[in-house]
Design a protein around this ligand. Structure first.
Ligand code: DLL
Length: 433
């Protein structure tokens, strides 16, 4: 069995990584220019030809690609191989507009599974592990990606998919699952249920690989404590392949981007200017090894920071921070930028569980921000003055963090609907778009 900790790649010198990226970028740009009329048009509009791209130093000359391009080119407009060579699609969970469909050849699936296998190995996974995958299967990339990665590691893979918590717990106890893969909100829910039922001693989990949505350090601590595991972050997006674009190592100070497959840039989301490492901005990816759907300079809308300092784990691939919000789902309330992650940090710091909903509305042309927060069973009390005091405390803490007033409504435990996939945190009733 191949060992998917690939030190010759993951710990390669920076010179070697640049050499791979230079060569692969040139090849990929030629490939899309020759096979995708949509790209050829975009490049011609910008007055750039494949001959102008000689190395990664020329990357900035290429046009950006956005989700709007993907929607416009739907369904086959960005497919870079003949249909007969594509073997799979995956699709985003997008609820508005046209769906985004990504294509894979067998080679692309293989490389994607390698990336996920690296993530599992980095979380301590080996062929002795029992990997419990309760990300959704089907069009969502979470289930298929981690499933394929787990196979490559040689672990026993439980393709549970999402939902049916009873069955999840039964298999987890009976089969002795050791690595849990799901969204952090579902992990928190499983942790809560396991504690309520006193099942802590019956589960054998040692690690979790959680991603697909934003989650704070406080939420990590909560999950780690309830499930007695080490919780690792994993990042990815359907357009670029799915989970495994980057992943955490044992140092847990950012996620290593698989730089032999993807080139990362950080840009100013307003001007599009490339920012130096260490500055916060929008993450942009260029795929350099894919055949069917090699997106170039794709704007993710995720706001991050890149860090190239050496990592104690030995990996040399650049690390990205946890996304700190999205340039498109940042809320602007009364003219102030509000990121859901800021609200979550306040709640978890004050000992509340990560079960909350942010409701924005507009009355008489003025924005109203309301946060509904679940209490823990210990906090839950019938005494109105105690609840009011708690609400007031949160209003003050949120004001200090956000700079604006947010109404707080504390609700009973389990009041807010649980999600088996990505949690729905924001309800914006303002119909702004
Ligand atoms: O969420 C792929 C995935 C599956 C990643 C399983 C990790 C684990 P999409 O549905 O296309 O793909 O959503 C991609 O989700 O642009 C981020 O905004 C967000 N996201 C993904 N991972 C993380 C993470 C999958 N670890 C979008 N932290 C991305 C914060 C994340 N946000």
């Amino acid at each position: 069995m191949e060992n998917y900790y690939q030190p010759e790649i993951e710990c390669a010198s920076r010179e070697q990584i640049k050499a791979w990226q230079d060569e692969r970028l040139v090849k990929t740009v030629k490939h899309v220019y020759e096979h995708v009329p949509y790209y050829r048009n975009l490049m011609e509009q910008k007055g750039v030809s494949p001959d102008d791209i000689k190395s990664t130093d020329d990357l900035h000359k290429l046009p950006f690609l956005t989700k709007d391009d993907l929607r416009e080119a739907y369904p086959y407009g960005l497919l870079a191989v003949p249909l007969e060579d594509a073997v799979r699609i995956q699709s985003t969970s997008g609820t508005t507009g046209r769906r985004v469909v990504a294509f894979y050849t067998q080679h692309d699936l293989d490389l994607w599974e390698d990336c996920c296998a690296r993530a599992i190995m980095a979380a301590g996974g080996t062929k002795e592990d029992v990997v419990h995958v309760c990300y959704g299967y089907g069009l969502f990339t979470g289930g298929p990606g981690l499933n394929g990665g787990s196979h490559k590691v040689g672990s026993l893979t439980l393709p549970m998919s999402s939902g049916n918590t009873e069955r999840q717990l039964q298999f987890m106890c009976d089969l002795g699952s050791t690595i849990l893969c799901c969204t952090p909100s579902y992990a928190a829910y499983l942790g809560e249920t396991i504690c309520e039922r006193g099942l802590q001693d019956e589960i054998k989990l040692k690690a979790g690989i959680f991603g697909a949505e934003a989650w704070s350090q406080e939420m990590r601590r909560d999950i780690e404590q309830k499930l007695h595991i080490k919780a690792y972050d994993i990042y990815g997006l359907t357009e670029i392949s799915g989970p495994g674009v980057s992943f955490e190592c044992s140092e847990q100070t950012g996620m290593h981007i698989n730089e032999d497959h993807f080139i990362a840039e950080i840009i100013d989301p307003v001007t599009g200017e490339v920012l130096p490492d260490g500055e916060k901005g929008e993450l942009v990816f260029t795929c350099i090894t894919k055949e069917a759907f090699p997106l170039i300079r794709y704007r993710t809308r995720d706001i991050c920071v890149l860090n190239r300092k050496p990592c104690s784990c030995g990996r040399t691939h650049v690390k990205m921070s946890k996304p700190m919000g999205r340039s498109d789902d940042m809320l602007i309330v009364k003219g102030v930028n509000v990121f859901p992650s800021q609200i979550e940090t306040v709640l978890l710091n004050k000992g509340y569980p990560a079960n909350y909903q942010i409701i924005v509305s507009r009355e008489h042309n003025s924005d109203k921000l309301e946060v509904q927060v679940e209490m823990t069973p210990e906090m839950f009390s019938d005494k109105l003055d105690e609840v009011s005091a708690r609400e007031k405390e949160l209003v003050d803490a949120l004001k200090a963090m956000l700079g604006i007033y947010a109404k707080v409504q504390l609700v009973a435990p389990k009041h807010i609907a649980r999600s088996e996939g990505k949690a729905v945190r924001i309800i914006d009733k303002r119909n702004l778009y």
